[in-house]
Design a protein around this ligand. Structure first.
Ligand SMILES: *[C@@H]1O[C@H](CO)[C@@H](O)[C@H](O)[C@H]1NC(C)=O
Ligand SMILES: *[C@@H]1O[C@H](CO)[C@@H](O)[C@H](O)[C@H]1NC(C)=O
Ligand SMILES: *[C@@H]1O[C@H](CO)[C@@H](O)[C@H](O)[C@H]1NC(C)=O
Ligand SMILES: *[C@@H]1O[C@H](CO)[C@@H](O)[C@H](O)[C@H]1NC(C)=O
Ligand SMILES: *[C@@H]1O[C@H](CO)[C@@H](O)[C@H](O)[C@H]1NC(C)=O
Length: 629
């Protein structure tokens, strides 16, 4: 035999399947073709388990459905049905495990994300968060089918009716061979997949090309809780959106529009199909992002939007980000919300130029002084985000008079606004009062607000007088220079300060020396970002001291600080001596550390199998740090 023949023989042998897998495949085919499970259910546990684990998704679905059916009729027939019932219950969990494995295999990235969300949510604390992997599997499958259909419909050569054909790769991944799928054309239609798996869909993203009249018919079995619509621009797409909204009105909790452009008529239309007279809607979260609403530059939005807002007893968060609304409209939204007495928790109006939006607020002294009236308030509002709104000193002063109507506010984000020192100074009276409230303000973000050392020092000093200290503060990307180090060092010692972002504030070596010298013995910090401060060796030395004196420290970002290899000796010693909680010390962007033996030695410190220290890779950084102003 020639070698190539041998090779062929060998591959043939490899392809020869085991008897069990042959049987499994035969059974699978039968299940797919005719839905014959009667014998299967009676198989001994071991065989049934092995069958379940080897079935392709579509066959497993058939078996699972059959199982649910027979278990239901069984449950109804015998109330205390001993062994057999236990077997049924155990199998339920078995199915979930197999679905989980199938999900992980097909969408490893999504799997990680779902697991992460679970961790953050405290794993199954409520029924809502418990995963039903079968549901997640088919929901994600359907999303894949829809995304693929949308992609095809957007191709220039798209010629209409073929958008409803499901890609052969997607079919293969649920267990069809190409030839078989071709012979069974029904299975290749989007209609089939929507019809069969639509009931598993809870959250879907739809782009404009899918918002056609047929779509509500395709998704008629779905009970959607969350919908994201992309690029809705013309009237016919708005009609499609409205059909879906009406159809899912009873279950819908979260609604988001991205990259859309609404005329006032179409925005009205959308609001009005959620709002029904005398029937409050159940939407909790409403977002519009990177979109435009035609009336945004005028002084109000359509009346139907008011109806939508005021009929929303369950509305908890509103996000209007980069929506090209102007100052008058922003004020109008705020007034509307104040009058609606909602139970709102989060309000975001960001990346909109709304300078001067509060300029008509009455500034007479006294509690009930505002134009907004004494009785109106957003009692439950806890997070206010006004990032990137071009707010200046005057706006900050006006904000003082509005924030008193938000007694429950705990987080305020004013980053990326040119407030300057005067702006922050005029907010200090509010902060001083706010720190004394029943639920004191705890998170303040003042990143990139054109602040100088003077303004920040005054703010830090005012926070020292508080009963309840700040939990989280960012003053990053303000030119504060090394003179801010002394007040910062005192601030580090305030009990309760957990997160501090001082990225790119121009500390330089002198600032780090000062911080190290004046830092208190016991620092409660959990995370700190001190990157881009040109700290050099003094930065490394400060890190070492921090590791020793901050027992709860978990994350340190110290990238782009011109740290030299020799300076890492102290960090090495600190890591060796500390038995602390540190999980990550990020030193990327300190170019001199690549290829350095000193840096390499730091990699020996691990937590849960991962190195604590992140050093720059040998390659030159692809994004050079532009250190020049
Ligand atoms: C204030 O916020 C807390 C959570 O931060 C919440 O538990 C409480 O119910 C809120 N108060 C009001 C009046 O909504
Ligand atoms: C900083 O804020 C200004 C507006 O005050 C904005 O134009 C700029 O893009 C912001 N810089 C960064 C890096 O976000
Ligand atoms: C930062 O402020 C200092 C004075 O405090 C000034 O000399 C320096 O030019 C400023 N740097 C930038 C980038 O504005
Ligand atoms: C903290 O620093 C790192 C660089 O070390 C940077 O990439 C990151 O964006 C910073 N985090 C925040 C929240 O600014
Ligand atoms: C860590 O510290 C111990 C003494 O506490 C010392 O014996 C050991 O050599 C140090 N390890 C390293 C890698 O420096």
């Amino acid at each position: 035999m020639r070698t190539s023949d041998l090779d062929q023989e060998y591959t043939k042998m490899q392809r020869i399947p085991s008897l069990v897998s042959l049987c499994v495949r035969a059974v699978a085919m039968e299940i797919i073709d005719d839905g014959h499970f009667e014998g299967v259910i009676e198989l001994p546990d071991e065989l049934l388990d092995s069958l379940m684990m080897n079935l392709p998704p579509l066959a497993l679905q058939g078996l699972h459905e059959h199982y649910v059916c027979s278990s239901r009729s069984f449950h109804s027939k015998s109330v205390n049905g001993g062994n057999k019932r236990q077997r049924f219950d155990a199998k339920y969990e078995g199915f979930d495990g197999v679905w989980k494995a199938l999900f992980k295999e097909r969408w490893p990235e999504n799997f990680k994300r779902v697991e992460l969300i679970n961790k953050v949510d405290g794993a199954g604390s409520s029924v809502d968060h418990e995963n039903d992997w079968q549901q997640l599997y088919w929901e994600t499958h359907l999303q894949n089918c829809l995304d693929e259909a949308a992609e095809r419909a957007m191709l220039p050569a798209f010629d209409g009716p073929y958008w409803g054909i499901v890609n052969i790769c997607i079919l293969n991944s649920i267990g069809y061979s190409a030839t078989k799928a071709d012979s069974c054309s029904k299975l290749r239609t989007l209609w089939f997949h929507c019809n069969k798996f639509g009931r598993y869909a809870r959250c879907l993203r739809l782009s404009n090309v899918l918002c056609i009249p047929e779509i509500s018919g395709l998704l008629v079995t779905s009970n959607l809780r969350a919908m994201v619509f992309r690029s809705i621009k013309c009237k016919s797409h708005v009609d499609g959106v409205c059909d879906l909204l009406r159809q899912n009105r009873d279950t819908l909790k979260s609604l988001e529009f991205v990259h859309c452009r609404f005329s006032s008529t179409s925005f009205s239309q959308i609001c009005s199909c959620i709002f029904l007279e005398a029937e409050p809607h159940g939407i909790k979260s409403f977002s519009i992002k990177s979109s435009s609403v035609a009336d945004g530059k005028k002084s109000s939005l359509p009346a139907d939007f008011v109806s939508f807002l005021s009929s929303g007893r369950s509305l908890e968060s509103i996000h209007l980000s980069d929506t090209s609304i102007g100052s008058k409209c922003a004020k109008w939204i705020l007034d509307t919300l104040l009058k609606s007495s909602l139970n709102l928790i989060t309000l975001e109006i960001s990346d909109n130029d709304i300078r001067g939006w509060l300029s008509k607020v009455d500034r007479r002294p006294g509690e009930c002084s505002s134009l907004l009236g004494p009785k109106l308030s957003l009692k439950s509002l806890s997070i206010l985000n006004l990032r990137g709104c071009n707010l200046c000193q005057d706006d900050a002063e006006d904000l003082n008079y509005v924030l008193i109507h938000m007694p429950n506010l705990t987080s305020l984000d004013l980053s990326d606004n040119p407030l300057e020192d005067e702006g922050i100074r005029s907010l200090i009276p509010y902060f001083v009062k706010a720190f004394e409230k029943a639920s004191p303000i705890s998170d303040v973000y003042l990143q990139n607000c054109s602040l100088s050392c003077k303004g920040v020092t005054e703010f830090l000093e005012s926070s020292q007088t508080l009963r309840e200290p700040l939990n989280s503060l960012s003053v990053a990307e303000n030119n504060l220079s090394s003179s801010v180090a002394a007040p910062l060092a005192i601030f580090l010692g305030s009990p309760g300060v957990k997160a501090l972002n001082i990225e790119a504030i121009g500390l330089e070596p002198l600032g780090f020396q000062e911080l190290e010298k004046k830092m208190p013995k016991d620092v409660p910090l959990v995370r700190i970002n001190m990157s881009k401060n040109r700290g050099g060796s003094d930065c490394a030395s400060f890190i070492s001291k921090l590791i020793m004196q901050a027992p709860d420290l978990v994350v340190v970002d110290a990238g782009y600080n011109f740290i030299l290899p020799e300076a890492l000796m102290t960090v090495h010693d600190a890591l060796n001596l500390s038995t602390r909680k540190l999980r990550r010390l990020d030193l990327t962007g300190n170019i001199r550390l690549s290829h350095s033996v000193h840096a390499f030695k730091l990699l020996e410190y691990h937590v849960h199998g991962k190195p604590i220290v992140i050093i720059p890779s040998g390659l030159p950084s692809s994004v050079p740090y532009d250190d020049d102003p």
